[in-house]
Design a protein around this ligand. Structure first.
Ligand SMILES: [Fe+2]
Ligand SMILES: [Fe+2]
Length: 188
């Protein structure tokens, strides 16, 4: 299958899965949100070169796994969120900034992931900006969960201090970090 064909197939399969997942929240699957997600390669971008999610749609697959884990923790641990859709918004969009950081090309019949832009260590900040510009205004709780989802790997001393303060007020951040780590360690 040609690269373009594979990309279209992967995009449409994942767009359908996304619409089912957020079926209860029509504002997350409006025309404008879906056209942004399609155009920004949300359904086809990989997560990384070779660590986790290094395939067409890898970043979306990772995001769905994080969402499912967050929903499981919400149920099992009785987590409270400011709005029902928060675990969906955080899980599905915490790595939104990765959409345009990597692309694909074919080399000797093999799919190769190429870098378009060097990912920033503090990529949570960029995801918050993109979510608010293109999808939905975040609650403070959601914003903190996205900003600090990288945990101890997320940044410098200043970041760690801000994160510790936020985590003392917002216990859900720790569950987002846990979900992200479990998914990444499982290779997704
Ligand atoms: Fe991330
Ligand atoms: Fe992630």
């Amino acid at each position: 299958m040609e690269l373009t064909e594979s990309l279209i197939k992967a995009r449409e399969e994942r767009a359908e899965k996304y619409c089912k997942l957020v079926a209860k929240f029509p504002h997350l699957k409006s025309e404008s949100v879906l056209s942004y997600l399609r155009a920004s390669d949300y359904f086809t971008a990989p997560s990384s070169y070779k660590r986790h999610g290094a395939w067409i749609g890898g970043n979306f697959d990772h995001s769905v796994t994080v969402t499912e884990l967050l929903l499981r923790f919400t149920e099992e641990e009785g987590l409270k969120w400011e709005r029902e859709e928060s675990p969906y918004i955080i899980g599905l969009f915490h790595d939104l900034c990765k959409n345009d950081q990597r692309g694909f090309k074919m080399k000797n019949d093999n799919l190769k992931i190429v870098s378009r832009e060097c990912p920033d260590q503090r990529h949570g900040d960029r995801s918050v900006e993109l979510i608010e510009e293109n999808i939905i205004k975040l609650t403070e709780e959601e914003k903190e969960c996205v900003l600090y989802h990288m945990g101890v790997y997320g940044g410098d001393e200043e970041y760690q201090q801000e994160m510790a303060k936020a985590m003392a007020q917002n216990p859900n951040i720790a569950f987002v970090q846990k979900a992200d780590t479990i998914a990444a360690r499982a290779g997704i």
